[in-house]
Ligand binder design. Structure first.
Ligand code: NAD
Ligand code: UDP
Length: 337
């Protein structure tokens, strides 16, 4: 059973490819390597013993995307990870983000429809909720107007998929709304490879711990949270990858209850920035040089998931304790020396 993974050399995609292979699926990846390296294939192969098929394709290229589907008529489902994802960059380059994220999605959907590939799993994000009034957020929590062009591409992508599914009754789509993915594979053969100075908390933290960065800035301790720093729902990337396998199986086995469904994928628990730093220090014995600075523009105060729907409907639950995630991500950071 062959699964097409777009963006499969990226951070979440590569971990998902491993879990798919370990669950017996054949995988073919297409990626234009704009934010990943071909060497990731070596890491995947080291873990699973199987080198996934790979094609370097820009999915905004409609003809190239169609040609891919022409040549691979054995694909049974698609997991669409390929997207640009830097929130801050998207504010300065809105057109690039809309162009890349929406065109790649529409090209993939168009070919899926033409070549009758019925099943799609889509990477969405808790960013679609913005700062919710009531926490934790359930799938019934209203989406807020997006705070960045990146976030808006997720809102718009969900809408494109929803509208298409209304008229394509033979197609099925399932969107996973990830909370904050962190960590690395326990083997340390794959993990997150941030380009330049990281924007996200965990790569900044591990780069500080190893001495690449001098100091981690904690963006604010005056929020309305127990220790004043913002709360997020940090989900281990391997747990997240496993959610994709469960989602694919649900679609392939026809167990979905509607032809468009969406699920929150998180732990159900909010952790503060300071709690994350202390969890890292406790798990690794390494002290992190950090300093409380002012708030970062655009940050929300708190968000975490109600994961009841994913737990009951998908039969999926986050399983990795935060200490283990921290150990894995530290091992990954050390492997990059
Ligand atoms: P990533 O950048 O590591 O992976 C995305 C991959 O897509 C990269 O390998 C990149 O080269 C590829 N890509 C981008 N545009 C492409 C195009 N036009 N054609 C072909 N390949 C293209 O990012 P990630 O963290 O693995 O994220 C995967 C998905 O999950 C994205 O859709 C992202 O928006 C979504 N997501 C990520 C997070 C997060 O915090 N990492 C949270 C919520 C949702
Ligand atoms: N954060 C921080 N210092 C950093 C990066 C992030 O204090 O160098 C905080 C940020 O304010 C937020 C949390 O860490 O509260 C998670 O931020 P990240 O950028 O990783 O993800 P986001 O939730 O913004 O998507």
């Amino acid at each position: 059973m062959k699964i097409f993974v777009t963006g499969g050399t990226g951070y979440i995609g590569s971990h998902t490819v491993v879990e798919l292979q370990q669950s017996g699926y054949d995988v073919i990846i297409a990626d234009n390597l704009v934010n990943s390296s071909i060497d990731v294939l070596d890491g995947i192969e080291k873990i699973t013993g199987i080198r996934p098929e790979f094609e370097e394709i820009d999915l905004t290229d409609r003809a190239a995307t169609r040609d891919f589907f022409v040549r691979h008529s054995d694909i049974k489902a698609v997991i669409h990870f390929a997207a640009l994802k830097a929130v801050g960059e998207s504010v300065h380059k809105p057109l690039e983000y809309y162009f890349n994220n929406l065109n790649s999605l529409m090209n993939v959907l168009d070919s899926m429809r033409e070549f009758q590939v019925p099943n799609l799993v889509f990477s969405s994000s808790c960013t679609v909720y913005g700062q919710a009034d009531v926490l934790p957020v359930t799938e019934k929590t209203p989406r807020h107007e997006a705070e960045s062009p990146y976030g808006n591409t997720k809102v718009m992508s969900e809408d494109i998929i929803r509208d298409l599914m209304k008229v394509e009754s033979k197609m099925n789509a399932l969107a996973l709304r990830y909370f904050n993915p962190i960590g690395a594979h326990p083997s340390a053969y794959i993990g997150e490879l941030p380009n330049g100075v990281p924007n996200n908390l965990i790569p900044y933290l591990t780069q500080t711990a190893i001495g690449i960065r001098e100091q981690l800035s904690v963006f604010g301790d005056d929020y309305n949270t127990p220790d004043g720093s913002p709360l997020r729902d940090y989900i281990d990337v391997v747990d997240l990858a496993k959610a994709h396998v469960v989602a694919i199986r649900r679609l392939l086995e026809g167990k979905n209850k509607a032809n468009y469904e969406f699920f929150n994928i998180g732990t159900g628990k909010g952790l503060s920035v300071l709690e994350i730093i202390h969890a890292f220090e406790n798990a690794t014995g390494v002290k992190v040089n950090y300093k409380i600075v002012g708030r970062r523009a655009g940050d929300i105060e708190k968000v975490w998931a109600d994961t009841t729907l994913a737990n009951t409907e998908l039969g999926w639950k986050a399983a990795t304790p935060i200490e283990e995630t921290m150990k894995n991500v530290w091992k990954w950071q050390q492997s990059l020396r």
